[in-house]
Design a protein around this ligand. Structure first.
Ligand code: FE2
Length: 340
């Protein structure tokens, strides 16, 4: 995430396997990466904070924890990390691990594995404590504004984000009601004990500057800190013909959004659509939720499915997705606008 005016950026929970993607984004968007931040010590993947420091000159920030030689910057509750004109606030939320934090930037809340869409991270990760996790939910996150956009560390089966108020109402872990109930629930959810690879990942992620090429040979073991996300709530999916008819009848207050990137939208688009790229959906969620109906398109139908699923999950009652996207629209011979 970055501050628009200054182009200063922070990469939260960078993953070694995605380093090339970070390089592209930093270069294309002209960013200066000021921080590589950990929401917690990861035991299910190799962190890239050391590589982001080496490549971009970022400071590595993490809560001090036993044996962790990686950070330059020790994080603490209430700390404000300057980022251009804005600042990132650190919220200590121990539980999934002892060193778990969330980061808040304006209306965005990066929750790591403390709070996922529909769940929370595993309770039996090294240094995990379900009673602390319950306190973090109940004491630290519950008082925050319900409209905060929740961005967890784990991909959430097509859900792009959630809202804090939605999680308070729908998240079964949060609905447990007490630390004891949460523990019982999580014990029944996660029966298999963590494999040995979690310790190897932790050791790698706590080294100051490990050799990244070693990870595939030595770390091994697929294991994830998170449970599966909830099933998608139903929304309307229409083929091109029905979608076109629905568009023609639409209420002027309805929104018609195209969730592709600006370059794709500029090249060609369906008349009447406005561009809201997938990455900005969370930032504009209040405006989107206020529309009585939302039509969503993308290139092939994949991104618009994620958008429709997410908007429906956070409470939008009427989302209509174009099956097959603009590709199907064009194949059906319907007109598109182009820049030329
Ligand atoms: Fe985790």
């Amino acid at each position: 995430m970055h501050d628009r005016a200054s182009r200063q950026a922070a990469i939260i929970d960078p993953v070694l396997d995605l380093l090339d993607a970070y390089r592209v984004q930093v270069s294309e968007q002209g960013l200066s990466v000021r921080y590589a931040l950990e929401t917690h010590s990861h035991s299910d993947h190799a962190s890239a904070t050391h590589a982001v420091r080496a490549e971009f000159g970022a400071q590595v920030g993490a809560v001090a924890s036993r044996g962790n030689a990686r950070p330059d910057l020790e994080l603490w509750d209430g700390q404000k990390l300057p980022l251009g004109q804005s600042s990132l606030e650190v919220l200590a939320t121990p539980g999934h691990t002892a060193d778990s934090v969330c980061f808040r930037l304006g209306n965005l809340l990066f929750t790591g594995d403390t709070l996922l869409v529909g769940g929370t991270g595993r309770w039996d990760a090294p240094d995990g404590d379900p009673a602390l996790l319950w306190n973090s939910l109940d004491q630290r996150l519950a008082p925050l504004e319900p409209g905060l956009v929740v961005l967890p560390a784990h991909g959430c089966s097509g859900h792009l984000f959630s809202l804090l108020g939605v999680e308070r109402k729908r998240n079964l872990d949060w609905l447990s009601g007490s630390a004891q109930e949460l523990l019982e629930r999580k014990r029944s959810e996660f029966r298999d004990p963590p494999p040995e690879s979690v310790l190897r990942h932790l050791a790698f992620n706590h080294e100051r500057d490990p050799d990244g090429s070693r990870r595939e040979r030595t770390l091994g073991g697929a294991w994830v800190c998170a449970a599966a996300s909830p099933e998608a709530d139903p929304f309307t999916v229409l083929g091109v013909d029905k979608f076109k008819k629905a568009l023609a009848r639409r209420d002027p207050a309805a929104l018609f959004i195209d969730v592709r990137e600006a370059s794709e939208f500029e090249a060609l688009r369906i008349a009447g659509s406005v561009q809201v790229p997938l990455s900005e959906l969370g930032l504009r969620v209040s405006e989107l939720r206020a529309a009585p109906r939302i039509f969503v398109v993308c290139q092939s139908g994949r991104r618009s499915q994620n958008a429709a699923q997410t908007l429906t999950y956070v409470g939008h009652p009427d989302v209509v997705q174009l099956k097959g996207g603009i590709q199907a629209w064009q194949q059906a011979g319907y007109e598109v606008e182009t820049s030329s």
